[in-house]
Write a new protein. Structure first.
Length: 140
């Protein structure tokens, strides 16, 4: 039984795991017909990111900045490609608690600072049919 109403507002972005951010930026610039609007290192996650705006949607390229990062470990086991889907939420803390009360595990107990001026939290893919879901809240 679903309790409460979700506060997920929209798909915030789709994340794509890549081995080489520079080469992938060139590829996706060709695909979208424009350059990335923002690149950013996220030390807490051990990644470098690059964002493309496509209409109302965003695509985030994510590459490892060190061998211990979750993306490096992911790419050691998997091919490059779709990594996660992120949802924009009104209140990440409340949304984390709501989902935990529904029996869905989060990969962190508190939100972390992520790329693109967001607080983030990932849901455990074993609880989401194998889909890595990220919650994002704009930092005000």
């Amino acid at each position: 039984m679903v309790s409460g109403i979700t506060k997920m507002k929209k798909i915030e972005h789709i994340g794509i795991a890549v081995k080489d951010i520079e080469e992938s930026n060139k590829t996706f610039a060709k695909i979208f017909g424009k350059e990335s609007y923002k690149s950013e290192a996220v030390e807490s996650e051990g990644v470098v990111t690059s964002f493309f705006q496509v209409g109302e949607n965003k695509i985030e390229l994510v590459a490892a900045s060190n061998v211990e990062s979750p993306i490096a470990k992911y790419l050691a086991k998997n091919r490059e490609g779709m990594h996660h889907i992120a949802f924009d939420v009104e209140d990440i803390g409340k949304e984390m608690k709501r989902l935990q009360n529904e029996g869905i595990r989060t990969l962190s107990d508190v939100p972390k600072k992520g790329a693109d001026n967001k607080l983030i939290c990932f849901l455990h893919p074993k609880d989401t049919n194998g889909v890595l879901i990220e919650l994002c809240q704009e930092i005000k």
